[in-house]
Design a binder for this molecule. Structure first.
Ligand code: PMT
Length: 418
């Protein structure tokens, strides 16, 4: 049974659980971020061992990375001490993935040319496991034709390239070449190992806002960007599900391998959901569905001066159908997950929605905080079931989505429906 007193990260099933990751650290100022990366990979269940190039040790000490990884750090090809703990060929065989982060321009060049003149390049040559590099360098070095050719050569040999990011660099310049943020590297690392958590399941997800027409050019809507719902669609696809994404108007591209159904109003979303949900295993209602719509949609554009003499123009509103409540009360309903967008008493109100709408799980978020609510890149959620709840730290919406998919898979297992 799940023990909610454990921290979420340690108890959740991740595609990195028990995966053996050989982290190569090369020379560059971003080497200090490898300390955080080790921790985050371990949080996701990975066993991490570290190889450092000589240049990397100028930026962060082997002792730091040894303490964090819990294993001796390997540095030299012909070091009798570390070879006796685990020889380099054994180390190459041990790894499920070799991840080089940060990867300097020099290292990328040597890897592309097949060098084997230090421990890290030798391990890459000797390993049959996937290799990923997260480049980090000055923007001009990244843009240099030689680097671009080397990166293209690696990509053509199926080496995965994680990043780089753009922005302000340690040297004061701005451009592409920054190490991808640690969350992003972890996420891409997880993608190397599909989780299979929802293999063969049909998942229907609603996302984005709805628009309720007042006249041909005006509508009532809200600030939902669709980011959280689309991130969930991507996470479900990665977990092996067939995803139908029923989306209100957003500017986002449909995730690869999803089937997107575009809708505008709550009524249209209701019809699309009811059409799709009959054979679904899971329904996730992320959409910010308008609770009310105008009773009448004016045929022509309302004109200035159309207001009566007291200058108050009234628009009468009527309730929209509650889509998720409709799904929650279907006989033989799918595992039904709602969201609760609250501005106060977040958990208390979310729990009421869980009961009233007859849901299996509710994801509560505080939308009064603009850094985590509508249209933000991050979210902080509390997940509630009838008998328990778990609070997650602030994470990117993509990472939140991965956690939610894991919790849904766990909920399905516990309900004997996996
Ligand atoms: O799209 P983003 O910019 O990334 O923002 C994400 C988000 C804040 C929209 C998302 O995290 C979120 O909280 N979605 C739910 C928004 C909402 O409408 O919450 P609610 O508390 O009003 O509704 C509760 C649940 O009922 C939701 O699952 C909602 O989809 C559903 N509902 C609501 C009204 C209605 N008529 N039909 C419904 O199905």
């Amino acid at each position: 049974m799940w023990d909610p007193s454990h921290s979420f990260c340690k108890t959740s099933m991740s595609s990195l659980t028990n995966k053996r990751i050989l982290l190569g650290v090369t020379g560059g100022i971003a080497a200090y971020k490898s300390a955080e990366l080790i921790r985050r990979l371990q949080d996701r269940g990975a066993d991490v061992r570290v190889v450092m190039t000589r240049a990397a040790t100028e930026f962060i000490t082997p002792l730091t990375l040894q303490a964090l990884s819990g294993h001796p750090v390997h540095q030299d090809l012909l070091n009798a001490e570390t070879e006796s703990v685990m020889g380099h060929i054994e180390l190459a065989r041990w790894a499920d993935l070799i991840l080089i982060a940060p990867a300097s321009a020099n290292f990328i060049a040597r890897l592309a040319q097949g060098h084997g003149d230090d421990l890290l390049t030798t391990l890459c040559l000797a390993s049959e496991s996937p290799i990923a590099v997260a480049p980090a360098m000055n923007q001009a070095m990244w843009a240099n034709e030689a680097t671009q050719e080397n990166v293209a050569a690696l990509a053509s040999k199926h080496v995965r390239i994680f990043g780089p990011d753009e922005g302000l660099q340690a040297c004061g310049e701005v451009g592409a070449g920054r190490l991808l943020d640690v969350d992003g590297i972890v996420l891409l690392t997880e993608k190397v190992f599909p989780s299979h958590l929802l293999d063969g399941k049909k998942v229907v997800i609603t996302a984005g806002p709805t628009r309720e027409a007042i006249d041909p050019v005006r509508y009532i809507s809200n600030n939902s960007s669709g980011k959280q719902g689309y991130a969930l669609a991507e996470a479900a696809i990665e977990a092996g599900a067939q995803v139908v994404l029923i989306s209100g108007p957003t500017g986002l591209p449909a995730p690869d391998r999803s089937r997107r159904v575009d809708v505008v109003s709550a009524d249209e979303m209701f019809d699309a959901v009811m059409k799709e949900v009959g054979d679904a295993d899971i329904f996730i209602g992320v959409a910010a569905v308008a609770d009310y719509k105008p009773v009448h949609r004016e045929e022509q554009k309302i004109k200035k001066g159309d207001a009566p003499s007291n200058q108050v123009l009234r628009i009468d509103l009527i309730e929209n159908p509650d889509i998720i409540s409709g799904v929650g009360h279907l006989a033989g309903r799918p595992y039904t997950v709602g969201f609760a967008a609250e501005t106060q008493n977040v958990v208390e109100y979310a729990r009421k929605k869980l009961t009233k709408k007859n849901l299996d799980m509710v994801v509560a978020n505080d939308v009064s905080d603009t850094s985590i609510g509508f249209n933000s890149d991050d979210n902080r959620i509390t997940v509630l079931w009838a008998d328990r709840e778990v609070e997650l730290p602030k994470l990117s919406k993509r990472n939140v989505a991965t956690r939610i998919i894991e919790l849904i898979a766990q909920g399905l297992r516990e309900a004997g429906r996996s």
